[in-house]
Design a protein around this ligand. Structure first.
Ligand code: ZN
Length: 280
């Protein structure tokens, strides 16, 4: 799932390539994935127009058009954005293909059809966007502000970090990395954290995301449709050695979500083994 660092690097890559380039054709292949909230013909709203910027908000990529509307991509679990020379033929799960005046194309591909591409007059029309909290990397989100926001959330730390209305941009993978960096058991409940641990969590969030952006910036290159996760410390590393202490990395799967952590560095006990009885 593309998260804040992935999408930030995609945004940086696309901005100089897309801005100001007229769209010469827009083809929708999977109407289920592409939601035209403007009404009328989607191609008509895009063809002959250009994007004025490439922005990111949480796990959404935003492409504002010069006439004021936005194309918004929310890749969810499996969405991939590809940019470059035109492909010889369409792939089955290519949802939308934009061709630009310079001959390059942008494709949104979604193996699970779970993500969405919206064409909207304004961002408040895009489902869940209005509920987003501050960016996890927002310089304005101070430790004090983080503390205050955290008080409203009594649940488990990992669940809070991935709650987009708490802070925007963190998903399953980076939540595991942040908990590991902070040496906090992901299923600990927030009220059990002391002041120092909250500060540690905040600094871990900033550090993990900033470092991931740096790493991805140097490694992604033109292949923005390939997700790079091999550099992570614990997420996706079940059975490997913890980079800090060497203990074998544990895995817990609940509600189809896999959590990786180190039992040595992040001690804790799950309150309940049955996900249905856990309180949010
Ligand atoms: Zn460890």
């Amino acid at each position: 799932m593309p998260e804040l660092p992935d999408l930030e690097v995609i945004r940086e890559y696309l901005a100089p390539r897309l801005v100001g380039k007229p769209v010469v054709s827009a083809r929708v292949q999977r109407p289920l994935v592409v939601r035209n909230l403007l009404g009328g013909d989607l191609a008509g709203h895009l063809e002959g127009h250009h994007f004025v910027d490439v922005q990111r908000r949480g796990k959404f990529l935003l492409l504002p058009l010069e006439q004021g509307a936005h194309l918004v991509v929310n890749p969810m679990l499996a969405g991939r954005i590809r940019y470059g020379e035109p492909l010889g033929r369409d792939r089955v799960r290519d949802a939308i293909v934009l061709r630009f005046a310079d001959g390059q194309e942008l494709r949104y591909h979604d193996a699970k059809d779970m993500g969405k591409v919206y064409l909207a007059a304004d961002l408040s029309q895009v489902p869940t966007m209005a509920d987003l909290g501050p960016e996890a990397t927002d310089p304005g989100l101070s430790l004090d502000a983080f503390r205050l926001r955290l008080r409203r959330h009594p649940g488990e730390i990992k669940g809070i970090l991935t709650n987009q209305s708490f802070v925007a941009g963190i998903g399953n993978a980076y939540a595991d990395e942040i908990c590991w960096q902070a040496e906090i058991y992901p299923f600990r409940r927030r009220p059990s954290l002391d002041q120092e641990e909250v500060a540690g969590l905040y600094h871990a969030m900033r550090e993990v995301l900033a470092n991931a952006i740096d790493t991805l910036r140097s490694r992604v290159g033109d292949a923005i449709d390939v997700e790079i996760r091999d550099f992570l410390a614990v997420h996706g590393k079940t059975g490997e050695a913890c980079p800090r202490c060497g203990t074998t990395i544990s895995k817990v799967t609940r509600a189809r979500r896999t959590t990786n952590f180190c039992r040595q560095c992040q001690p804790g006990l799950m309150v309940s083994r049955r996900p249905s009885s856990s309180q949010g």
